[in-house]
Design a protein around this ligand. Structure first.
Ligand SMILES: [Zn+2]
Length: 86
């Protein structure tokens, strides 16, 4: 994880600047991502990487790839909202 506060978003391929401080109704600390969408994407990727491989795994990886393309195609960080609702 980059510690440089002036570096770009920590998600590979994302060039937006990270958010500072308060995001929606929760804090992201430290703030490494430009948006909830990137933070959620990384969370999903980590979750998938540590989950046991099943028959559904290839489909999930494919969905993640589609999602990555969507995120890479944004004009603004908030073109895509949070991916995970809690
Ligand atoms: Zn980002």
């Amino acid at each position: 994880m980059p510690a440089d506060p002036n570096g770009p978003c920590a998600r590979d391929g994302c060039t937006f600047l990270p958010l500072l401080g308060f995001v929606g109704d929760r804090w992201l600390v430290p703030t490494n991502y430009c948006s909830d969408a990137c933070a959620d994407f990384m969370w999903l990727e980590r979750t998938l990487a540590t989950a046991p491989t099943t028959a559904e795994t290839p489909k999930a990886l494919e969905a993640m790839e589609e999602l990555r393309k969507l995120l890479d195609g944004r004009q603004e960080p908030y073109d895509i909202g949070p991916l995970v609702r809690d």
